[in-house]
Design a binder for this molecule. Sequence first.
Ligand code: HPA
Length: 276
Amino acid sequence: MATLIEQLNESVAFIKARVTSQSSIGIILGSGLSNLANQIVAEQEIPYGEIPHFPVSTVEGHRGKLIFGTLGGVPVWVMAGRFHFYEGYSAQQVAYPVRVMRLLGVETLLLSNAAGGVNPAFEVGDLMIIKDHISLFQVNPLLGKNEDSLGTRFPDMSEPYSKDLIMRVKDLATRHNISLHEGVYLGVTGPTFETRAEYKLIHIVGGDAVGMSTVQETIAAVHAGMKVFAMSVITDLGIREEENTITHEEVLQAATAAEPKMTLLFTGLVQELAGQ
Ligand code: HPA
């Protein structure tokens, strides 16, 4: 069987044969967050199913695609649709596209997700800059033989989310009058939403928001020397006085409603990075 790096090189060669343009910025979009995808002027779109070695699920494999295009005039790679651990992918498979992006020349990775708020100050529709994360039960994507050509065996994780990028987005938000929280994202496996007791635990151990993605992608990106910026849209509140249930539909709706603010910030950030 081909080694990881051989597989990655084949994926990358396939993509490079289709897309000759380049960008050092990659974006991965979370559930319900397709507004940003609609702002992208696509030059090329490649369904995940066509890319050799890309993880493909029997259920959702036809949906995701890798887009090369421009956002606010700036060239970007975008993964519309991501792989989640709860779908049955291994941690390594979840991280695979991040590594492909790295080998395509991506140096800065922007991530978005829908997350449940556990900080009592949060409301549905708020945006949270992820300043740090806690992985709770999420399997580390770097388990197994280290791929030395990508990164070191024991990566430092003292600044998984770039302080420089966080500062830039905070400045942008101030200029556009967008209020933001900054907090800790706690990654879980899902697919169950949390019990009331679990939401409380997550808050007690230091989480401000909880979600089922992002952490494994960030680890793979940091391992490979990329700068990461990540933002959560708070789509539901885990800690409330009243009895309440959480549905996937509610999460998607809240994500869609709050997304234009996030699109504006992501667009502003890529323009800044491109020096525009
Ligand atoms: N918990 C976990 N993942 C989520 C949630 C939540 O409440 N909301 C959106 N993704």
